[in-house]
Design a protein around this ligand. Structure first.
Ligand code: HEC
Ligand code: HEC
Length: 265
C-alpha cells in the first residue's frame, strides 16, 4: 500500500514525468491528426480550424456546409426578375417545400408567421422569397444567419420553399394592417419633389412590381432595419437601386411612420 501511494504522487518525479509525456504525446497526435493532416490534404478544401477538426472526425459534408456561407458581393443581384421567373405552384413543389420547411420554422414560425422578429414568409410572394434566397446564397444580400442556412439549398429547393410559404395564410395580424390606419402620405403618394414613388405603387395597393415583397404585417423593427440598411447601402441587393433610391430620401421620421404603419401599429 505504502509503495503504490508513493508511486501515484505528484511528488514522485517519475510519475509526473510519465503523465506529462502521455499528455504531451496525445496533444501532438491530436494536432497532427485533427488539424495538420486535414489542412494538408490537397483533395479537400477545408474552410478553417473547426472545419478541419470536423473533417478529421468524419462529420459528413452536408452537416459542415452550415459553416461556409458565400462571401458578401457588392453588386445588386444576379437574379433576373421577370413575371415568368416562377412557375405556377404545383402540389409536388409545395409538398417538397413543406418537407424542407422545418429547417426554417424555428425563426419564421411554424406556419410562416414569425413571432421572433424574423420576417413573415406566410403569404409572401413566391418571387420575392425565391429572389431573397438566391441573393443570400450568392452573397448579394448578407445575413450571417440566412447565408449559412441557404448554403446547402439548390435552385429547386428554393423554388419549392417559395411555393410552400407563399401558399400559407398570412395570419389575421397581417391582413388587417392596411385597414387599421389611414396610410401616411408617403405610402399613398410618395414625394414627387424628392422623386419617391408611393410605396403602394410597387409593394401592392396600387400595383405590385414582381420581386417587391409584401410589407403588411412584418414587424416594425424588421421594416425599420431594412429601410435603414437600404438608406446606408448596407443592403444593396435591390435591382436598379429601386429601394435604395427611396430609402436614402426618407427622413428618420418617415422611416418610423412607414415601419409602424406596415406593421399595423
Ligand atoms: C435562425 C433563424 C432563421 C432560420 C432557421 C431561417 N431564417 Fe430566414 N431569416 C432570418 C432572419 C433574422 C432574417 C432577416 C435577415 C436580415 O435581417 O436581413 C431572415 C430572412 C429571410 C428571408 C427574406 C425575407 C424578406 O422579406 O426579405 C427569407 C425569404 C427567408 N429568411 C427564408 C428562410 C427559409 C426558406 C428558411 C429555411 C430554409 C429560413 N429562412 C430559415 C432568420 C432565420
Ligand atoms: C419603385 C418600386 C418601389 C417603391 C416605390 C418602394 N419599394 Fe420597397 N422594395 C422594392 C423592391 C423591388 C424591393 C425588394 C428589393 C430586393 O430585391 O431585395 C423592396 C423592398 C423593400 C423592403 C424590404 C422588405 C423585405 O421583406 O425585406 C422594405 C421594408 C421596403 N421595400 C419598404 C418600402 C417603403 C416603406 C416604401 C415607400 C416609402 C417603398 N418600399 C417604396 C420596390 C419599391
Amino acid at each position: 500500500m505504502m509503495e503504490t501511494e508513493r508511486v501515484f504522487s505528484l511528488r514522485n518525479v517519475w510519475f509526473t514525468a510519465s503523465v506529462g509525456a502521455v499528455i504531451g504525446i496525445a496533444a501532438v497526435a491530436a494536432l497532427i491528426g485533427f488539424i495538420w493532416i486535414p489542412l494538408e490534404q490537397s483533395n479537400k478544401t477545408v474552410a478553417g480550424l473547426w472545419d478541419a477538426i470536423c473533417t478529421a472526425a468524419g462529420v459528413p459534408e452536408s452537416f459542415r456546409q452550415v459553416q461556409q456561407s458565400a462571401a458578401p458581393i457588392a453588386g445588386p443581384s444576379n437574379v433576373i426578375v421577370s413575371a415568368q421567373m416562377m412557375k405556377p405552384a404545383d402540389g409536388l413543389s409545395i409538398g417538397r417545400g413543406a418537407a424542407l420547411a422545418p429547417q426554417c420554422t424555428m425563426c419564421h414560425g411554424v406556419r410562416g408567421m414569425s413571432h421572433a422578429d424574423a420576417p413573415n414568409l406566410a403569404g409572401q410572394h413566391d418571387a420575392a422569397i425565391y429572389k431573397q434566397l438566391r441573393d443570400f446564397k450568392s452573397g448579394h444580400r448578407t445575413s450571417a444567419i440566412m447565408g449559412a442556412l441557404v448554403a446547402g439549398l439548390g435552385d429547386q429547393d428554393m423554388r419549392d420553399l417559395a411555393a410552400y410559404f407563399a401558399g400559407l395564410p398570412r395570419g389575421p395580424e397581417a391582413t388587417a394592417a392596411d385597414a387599421r390606419h389611414e396610410a401616411p402620405v408617403i405610402v399613398r403618394n410618395g414625394s414627387p419633389m424628392r422623386n419617391i414613388a408611393g410605396c403602394t405603387s410597387c409593394h401592392g395597393g396600387i400595383d405590385i412590381k414582381t420581386g417587391s415583397p409584401r410589407l403588411d404585417g412584418e414587424s416594425e423593427s424588421y421594416l425599420r432595419a431594412q429601410l435603414l440598411a437600404f438608406a446606408t447601402g448596407a443592403r444593396h441587393n435591390d435591382i436598379y437601386g429601386q429601394m435604395r433610391n427611396v430609402a436614402r430620401q426618407m427622413t428618420p421620421e418617415e422611416i418610423d411612420t412607414t415601419a409602424r404603419f406596415f406593421a399595423g401599429r
